[in-house]
Design a protein around this ligand. Structure first.
Ligand SMILES: [Zn+2]
Length: 289
């Protein structure tokens, strides 16, 4: 199974060597996914490591050269004056995607940078939902703030955490994107992926899966990916095993509800869990299964 959302924390000094990380991930059943670079200093300061973008890029590429199946995403603050140079350098250096957390800037103010990222053919992984940072960031992290991505042709992106707690807004945004592409085919071209990474707590998660899978606004089964928000400083095997088990059970329950009520709800594919934890992530990377 694949974990689409693994960080390198700027707050934790130690980092497991790649072979230890691989071993820990494997013991939770994870054999691939996304490793994100250290954040830029505008997100959070790291008192021990250089946060110059070239150093962050070099580190994530070197680390992932020893983690087969786990691929490098480069975290960019698109408001930095040399953002366009960072975008093209990272692409030609071999990253698999970009990471952006819009914590101090509106997504709408950076559409040119997102367009430059989309032009490389690589995906962008965004945070959505309340962010536990030290800025007044919620106006930039609500799902609705990402509606402007309609203006970026051919953008392929994921919105993480199902927009917690704005799940309804998130699902409707996904459905709106589908409608926009139907209304203006050839003009509006994008693909949004739904990153299930918590976020949404165990108390609300059943509702979230029901809203996502049974609402009937749009069928997202090919666009859902699964992740943990774990750190590769020290991968949390217990946490990963817990969420894998929890989500598999809940999705099974929702699938059963749809099967038992075919006149009420959309029918879900039998291989939904496999798609969510395996092949959908390849499609997000642009490597079509
Ligand atoms: Zn994260």
């Amino acid at each position: 199974m694949k974990d689409c959302h693994i960080h390198l924390s700027s707050l934790v000094a130690s980092v497991d060597p790649p072979e230890v990380f691989i071993e820990k991930a494997a013991s939770a059943g994870i054999d691939g996914g996304t490793l994100m670079s250290l954040p830029p200093s505008s997100y959070r300061e790291d008192s021990r490591r250089s946060q110059h973008w070239r150093d962050r890029l070099e580190y994530i590429l070197e680390y992932t050269s020893h983690t087969p199946g786990f691929h490098p995403f480069f975290w960019i603050d698109p408001t930095e004056p040399d953002a366009f140079e960072q975008i093209s350098s990272a692409a030609s250096a071999g990253i698999w995607g970009y990471k952006c957390i819009c914590n101090r800037y509106a997504p709408e103010a950076c559409l040119k940078q997102f367009a430059a990222m989309a032009e490389t053919g690589l995906p962008i992984h965004f945070h959505t939902g309340i962010l536990f940072d030290h800025y007044a960031s919620s106006k930039f992290t609500r799902p609705g703030a990402y509606e402007c991505l309609l203006e970026v042709p051919n953008i392929r992106f994921a919105l993480a955490h199902v927009g917690n707690p704005w799940v309804d807004e998130y699902v409707l945004l996904y459905a709106k994107f589908q409608a926009a592409m139907r209304n203006a085919p050839g003009v509006r071209r994008l693909r949004m992926f739904i990153d299930l990474t918590p976020g949404v707590t165990r108390l609300r998660r059943h509702d979230m899966f029901r809203m996502l899978l049974l609402s009937g606004y749009a069928n997202p089964c090919s666009d859902i990916i699964w992740g943990t928000d774990c750190l590769f400083n020290s991968y949390d095997v217990k946490k990963t095993a817990f969420w894998l088990d929890f989500d598999k059970k809940l999705i099974g329950k929702v699938a059963e509800e749809s099967r038992n009520n075919p006149d009420l709800y959309p029918q879900l594919p039998d291989d939904l869990w496999r798609r969510i934890t395996e092949e959908n992530l390849l499609a997000f990377y642009g490597k079509q299964p």
